[in-house]
Unconditional design. Structure first.
Length: 232
């Protein structure tokens, strides 16, 4: 028989609903894992790990929560070694591997389609079950993200004027020999015929010279090919 509104079921399946606390892997310095389970995260399961409210004695703080193993798809095997993507604040679903409910395994993350958040940091050692934003949980940029600047306090909300200014074509620079090259050509295979380098030559022209054409003849052929590509 499953208990009601407790976050976990007391039956043979032993599934649970829980929240990953913020700052669970980022304190004064990055946490040093003491064992090989580098993809583990802490999880708070309502009913099993009571939260302490302001003015009350701390029951189970985030720091004292159990570690959970995160189940990942086969695409995250040793060949790819990708991150779990879990950082803190997410609500998750999982199950226990043991009868005593000491080894939680997280299987899914619940979707989050609302853009408001209630807390920036933990209160009294717990999240109080409130919403936690990804932008204020201490997460640092990974390899594929731009680094620099201070952490934002809220999601970006550009105005219509800012969007128009961002998508507006830049003013042509008369000193830029590539000002007439549109993005459709600049980022295509035809860039070798159109983009002029610092030496005043296109990649196509440099290739012709390597094949034995004289610089003058290579420049003539490359200039004609550039006009064709740009439709001039």
């Amino acid at each position: 028989m499953a208990t009601s509104n407790t976050g976990y079921a007391l039956n043979t399946n032993k599934w649970f609903l829980g929240q990953i606390p913020p700052y669970q892997n980022q304190h004064s310095k990055p946490r040093i894992w003491e064992d090989v389970h580098g993809d583990r995260v802490k999880v708070r399961i309502p009913g099993m790990h009571p939260m302490s409210f302001p003015g009350e004695e701390v029951a189970v703080t985030d720091e004292n929560l159990p570690w959970a193993i995160v189940a990942k798809p086969t695409t995250n095997g040793n060949r790819n070694a990708q991150s779990t993507g879990i950082w803190g604040g997410e609500w998750v679903i999982g199950f226990f591997m043991d009868e005593d409910c000491q080894i939680p395994v997280i299987t899914q993350v619940l979707g989050n389609n609302e853009n408001y958040y209630e807390i920036l940091r933990c209160e009294n050692g717990t999240t109080l079950g409130k919403r936690v934003g990804r932008y204020n949980g201490g997460r640092t940029p990974n390899v594929g993200e731009v680094k620099g600047g201070s952490n934002p306090s809220s999601p970006a909300q550009p105005t219509k004027e800012e969007i128009k200014e961002a998508v507006k074509d830049p003013e042509p620079d008369p000193n830029n020999p590539n000002a007439d090259v549109p993005p459709s050509v600049r980022f295509s295979g035809n860039a070798q015929y159109a983009i002029i380098g610092e030496d005043g030559k296109t990649e196509y022209q440099r290739g012709l010279e390597k094949l034995g054409e004289t610089p003058e003849r290579a420049a003539e052929i490359a200039a004609e090919q550039r006009r064709v590509v740009l439709g001039q």
